[in-house]
Design a protein around this ligand. Structure first.
Ligand code: FAS
Ligand code: PHB
Length: 389
């Protein structure tokens, strides 16, 4: 098979990139190792920046998102009894959309056939070849046969554990990483949210987050030590802990119910430079990871593929080679700003095992300042809704 752009990975980055290219008449094929059902079974992000919802609208794929998503004008930072509302609507004139990554992925998958975006699922042993040359290709196994796809460009949208990043020689690459000494235990349940807006809580016992997927489906998280196992947390124990950490007001409105999904995600900050080598470009989690505190992971993947699709479209439609050459620097400029925000909010709202009394006073002073300063709240708000592209 031959195509113009071969994409590895049918997560949000790969799917959005494929659609953006197809919308401009550029041939693209996605090769994905898992099944569609497996991908849709992964419970991940919940908050969309305007940059992400604008891309869905630009593709004409935002109808279900606007019908079922929840536009939010604010969120809360809780510290013991204190509740600080960050009024993102008033401070930035923008909202965020609460609409799960699962639903975004579903909308993009469902539109693929009609838009001529071929997705090859359950492709095993995907391998990238000749990314340094002018004739890159990939191979994969399916139904007992080895297949080859020749392309002008290969786009690695294969997440943190995919093969694409490894194709960039260590001699030209730099990786930056911070692994946090805790993870997030998440629960998804068909119960109404305890609050109409998100609550990020810093408690003596650790961080907690009250989020949602709809007015009848809630998503909660608590910070747990890295050696915790999901089986250590039966539903009742988790609901009890959430009630303590979110505080009496939120707890009084909390509805308990059986977990539809319960899992522990590790937290890390990670950036891999460059995001392009030869005719291989990286986008999304294949190039960077943020702690989910700032709700940036999915949204960064979307801004990457916005820049990448613009560069590829320029190449094919205007023979513009500069945009391809400039993609990595352009994407990384926004990546690092999101890394900064996610790292700062993680430091502010979590209790670190090695944290001392001074560290705690710094958190209290930070929250005192945020509570009293419109400038401080504006800084948080403009990062949370998403910095301009
Ligand atoms: P993805 O990892 O979503 O997709 C990569 C795709 O590539 C997958 O479908 C995978 O199967 C495929 N792939 C991998 N190796 C392959 C191979 N060898 N061959 C072919 N295909 C291959 N972000 C938030 O904003 N908020 C959150 O609360 C949040 N929670 C998260 C929880 C977890 C457990 C994880 C892992 C991430 C979470 N994230 C969250 C971040 C997450 O939403 C990512 O940012 C988002 O999925 C990035 O999308 P992609 O870059 O497309 O990567
Ligand atoms: C979620 O709803 O899954 C969610 C929301 C906001 C975050 C992280 C996760 O910062």
């Amino acid at each position: 098979m031959r195509t113009q752009v071969a994409i590895i990975g049918a997560g949000p980055a790969g799917l959005m990139l494929g659609h953006l290219l197809r919308a401009e008449g550029i041939d693209a094929v996605i090769v994905e190792r898992a099944s569609a059902d497996y991908i849709l079974g992964r419970i991940r992000a919940g908050v969309l920046e305007r940059t992400t919802t604008d891309l869905m609208d630009r593709l004409g794929l935002g109808a279900r998102m606007h019908a079922q998503g929840l536009p939010h004008d604010g969120f809360h930072l809780a510290d013991g009894e204190r509740l600080i509302r960050i009024d993102i609507g008033a401070l930035t004139g923008r909202q965020v959309m609460v609409y799960g990554q699962t639903e975004v992925t579903r909308d993009l998958m469902d539109a693929a056939i009609d838009r001529g975006l071929e997705i090859i699922y359950q492709a095993a042993n995907v391998a990238l070849h000749d990314v340094d040359g002018n004739a890159p290709y990939l191979t994969y196994e399916k139904d007992g046969t080895i297949h080859r796809i020749d392309a002008d460009f290969l786009c690695g949208c294969d997440g943190f554990h995919g093969p694409s990043r490894k194709m960039i020689p260590a001699s030209v690459a730099t990786a930056y990483e911070k692994v946090y000494p805790f993870g997030w235990l998440g629960i998804l349940a068909d119960v109404p949210p305890c609050n109409h807006e998100l609550i990020y809580a810093n408690h003596d016992r650790g961080f907690a987050l009250a989020s949602m997927r709809s007015e009848t489906r809630s998503r909660y998280y608590i910070q747990v030590p890295l050696d915790e196992r999901v089986e250590d947390w039966p539903d009742d124990r988790l609901w009890d802990e959430l009630a303590i950490r979110l505080g009496p007001e939120a707890a009084s409105h909390m509805t308990r119910g059986p977990a539809l999904e319960k899992s522990i995600a590790p937290l890390r900050s990670f950036v891999f430079e460059p995001m392009r080598h030869g005719r291989l470009m990286l986008a999304g989690d294949s190039a960077h990871i943020v702690p989910p505190t700032g709700a940036k992971g999915l949204n960064l993947a979307m801004s990457d593929v916005h820049y990448l699709s613009e560069a590829i479209i320029g190449y094919f439609h205007r023979n513009d080679r500069e945009a391809i050459a400039g993609y990595s620097d352009k994407a990384l400029a926004r990546v690092w700003k999101s890394e900064r925000f996610s790292w700062q909010l993680t430091k502010l709202m979590h209790r670190f095992p090695d944290g001392d009394a001074f560290d705690r006073r710094m958190q209290v002073a930070d929250l005192d300042y945020i509570a009293s300063s419109v400038a401080a709240q504006t800084t948080i708000a403009e990062n949370y809704v998403g910095l301009p592209l």
